[in-house]
Structure formats: structure tokens, C-alpha cells
Write a protein that binds this ligand. Sequence first.
Ligand code: KIV
Ligand code: ZN
Length: 513
Amino acid sequence: MSKEHLIIFDTTMRDGEQSPGASMTREEKLRIARQLERMRVDVIEAGFPAASEGDFESVKAVASIIKDSTVCGLARANEHDVRRCGEAVKPASSPRVHTFIATSPIHMEKKLRMEPSQVIEQAVRAVKWAREYTDNIEFSPEDAGRSDSDFLCRILERVIAAGATTINIPDTVGYTFPEHFGKLIRALRERIPNSDKVVWSVHCHNDLGLAVANSLAAVLNGARQVECTVNGLGERAGNAALEEIVMAVRTRQDIFPCDTRIDSSQIVPASRLVSGVTGFPVQPNKAIVGANAFAHEAGIHQDGVIKSRDTYEIMRAEDVGWNANRLVLGKHSGRNAFRQRLQEIGIMLESEEALNVAFKRFKELADKKHEIFDEDLQALITEENLEQVENEHYRLVSLTAHSETGEQPFARLVVSEDGAERHAEARGSGPVDATFKAIESVVGSGAELLLYSVNNITTGTDSQGEVTVRLSKNGRIVNGQGADTDIVVASAKAYVNALNKLHSKVERINPQV
Ligand code: KIV
Ligand code: ZN
């Protein structure tokens, strides 16, 4: 019997981006979008176009390049947001407008200050504005998990009649439980007279660690779209993790009447890309994509796996893409091989200059490190936005760091600010501390350092260190990344990268505000 299709709607670039510090540049979004398309995600929610000019342009850029996935934008249920969203997704081969308004008593009364009947009329109007741009319209009653089910039936019947084609039920605050949430989905489908005209979708937050369980309960009760994010990124405790939803459904085909079209071998590369771009590390014991997800430590387990894999393994590591890390290029690889490998892993550089800069960096890296892996190439491109190198306000020109037992470490460096070279030196408790103090002494940003983390990109002591620095200033939080075989240099690059993001002063609003 052929299975029904379960639509995977990825919101890494919209809800995921709402995690403090996870905001992405246009180029980062394009790279993630290409990876999501390669993974065969059905719908990519690329952003919230009304949030800022930058968000509008990013959604439009994603809509212009993606061919095999629907590209969606989010809009509050007001005319301005819906029209901005409609314009942003217009270039897509398959565009979708996703509009929402809160329906729980607490949100209607305290946030919207609207009567329930006004909320219904506003929702219907929003769907009608959206129809001027596309027939593919999703409507979400925000905070549905705490909304009255009779009221949900009333509003959803009206928006379906107005032309919504997908109804998404969000558990905005992660409050529901699998049994209740499953029953809610079933009840809405059974009670709303025109419910068969739409695809039912769910969007669960993970505040109680139940986002995946709630989403799967909904699927068992008729939902045929799940909204999720790579690595479970998202507001507060995050959203349902895409990799867990996809692999749960695929591994338990004995239970689920549906399956996704996801190419699961692209899951680990997607996880690494998102982690690299956002600077949010993946915990080692994270299901599917954690470094230990397929590691067997206990002797009794190892013995079992050697005798027969299925004694302790319910999935194969290679099926979710854990065969990465293979040698791809070396010192003698040429420009064409380099360009081709970048394309194979989803990195399309927009100009010849960008390719030249990247190739030069690749050669420098290959001089220091014999074997270059896919992860090194990803880092090489993530480390600095090659297309924007010329426009950077701050740039690390050179760095000397010294540490010696019994001596206080110091750093001496040159940073260019708008092209003008500035020299500095400082002492610190370690070479990284000294380096950051030296940079601050010339830049004087006054930003607060919220996070400093180092990961090795591949294995071995010649691996590149990938550093994430999270800075906060006046309520804005940014992440900077840097990679180098020398972790002090990687740290300096990450700090400078974060300063450039702070300097870019892109202001944006959160859809829920
Ligand atoms: O959590 C939520 O309610 C949302 C909606 C906008 C779908 O993100
Ligand atoms: Zn959400």
C-alpha cells in the first residue's frame, strides 16, 4: 500500500533565526536554503519579510534561487505585513504566504487587545490579501495550544472558506502534551465542516521537551505537515527537530501511515551547516546529529554491534550522512576541482572575485594542513563572508600572541578600521584574553562577551579550530565565527566578525512582538 506524503516545512531560517544570537546574513540564508533544497525539504520558511529591509531582501533572494521546494514567508495578519510577504516570495517557482494571528484568550486580551470577533475578521482579511499574491496560503492561530477549541473551529472554518490551503496549529509556548494535542488535531478535523479542503499542519515548541512527541502525536491523528528546524533551533527551548521527526517516521514505518521525501543522507551536513552559521553547537548526545549518536562505548554493546549491527542500532549512521569528513582536496588541487567541490557541497560563490579570494584562502590552508575535508571548506567560506570582504568595517591584518610558562601572555596585533590600520597590544590571563583586550583597545566597542566556544572542525591536532564569539550590546546579540589551524587567530577572526555584525546595525522585529 502506498504511503501518504508527510510535508516537511522547515522554519530554521524564520523561527530558528529568532533564537537570540542566531540571526543570519543573506548569504548564510542562501547557503542554508540550498542545503534544505538538496535535503528535499518541501517548504522552506525563509523569514519574516516585514521585519526589516534585510529580511525582505533575504526572503526574496531565497525565493529567486530555489526551484525544488516551496518558498514561504511569514506575515502578521495586517495588510502591510501580508503585502511585504507576498512581494518577497513572488519570484519563487512555488510561493507561499503564511499569515497568523493569536487566538488564545490571554493573547487576544493582553497582547492584541481585540475581541474574538475582531480577530476572526482580521484573519479572514489577511487571507484575502494574501490571495492577491498566491493560492498557496497558510494560516496559523497563534497559541492554539492554549486556545478554546470552539473558538478555533469558528475562526478556522472562516479562514478556510476565505481561501487558506494549509491550517497550521502552533503550540507556541510548548504547553501541550502528546495525547491532548493529538486529540485536538483529530477534533478540529472532525468538527470543522470544510476541514477536508486543507492540509493540517503542526508547529510545536520545546519548552517541556515535548515538541517532537507532540508533533508525532498530531501526525498519528491526521496532520500531514510538520513544521520543524534543523537541530531543533528556535525561540527559547526551540522547535521540533527536523532530523528527529524525519527519522522517527522513517524508522517506524510500522506505525506511521505516511513518509517524507527527505534525502536523509543530507541531514548531518545540514546540521553542521546550521551549527556553523549560528554558532549553536550540537550537544554530543543529541539524537541523530550528535557526535555520540552512533558511538557504542559499553563493551557489551560493541560486542553486539560487531556480531550484528541491529542488536543495538535502529538506524544506520551512513543513512543520515555520517560519512562526511572524507578527504576531498589537497595542496595540489586546482581551481576547477575546488570550484566543483564547493558546488557539490552547496556553496555557489556569486562572483569570480569571491572564488579567487576563496581559492587563495584554500591554498593558504592547504599549506598548513595536508588534508582538506568538506567541513574545512564550509568553515573557509563561513569564516568570512567572501562576497562582502571589501565592505568590512574591521579586519584582522596581523597577530602575534605569546605565551610562556611563568609569564603573563600578551598579544600584539594590527586591525584595520575602514581601511586605516590600527596597532595595539595587551596582556591577559591567556593568549585569547590578551588578543580580545588588544582588539577592544583599538575598537572600543564596549560589547559584552556572552559566549566563547572552540570546536575542532575535523579530527587530529592539525585540524582547524572553529571559534564562536557571541557579543551583546544595547540589547542586540550577534555571533561571530572564525576558523584557523591556530586557535588564537581563529578567536581573533571570530571576535572581529562579531564586531562587524554589531557595526552593521541591522534592526529587525520579531513576528510575535
Ligand atoms: O510559535 C508560533 O506560534 C509561531 C507562529 C508564527 C507559527 O511561530
Ligand atoms: Zn514558533
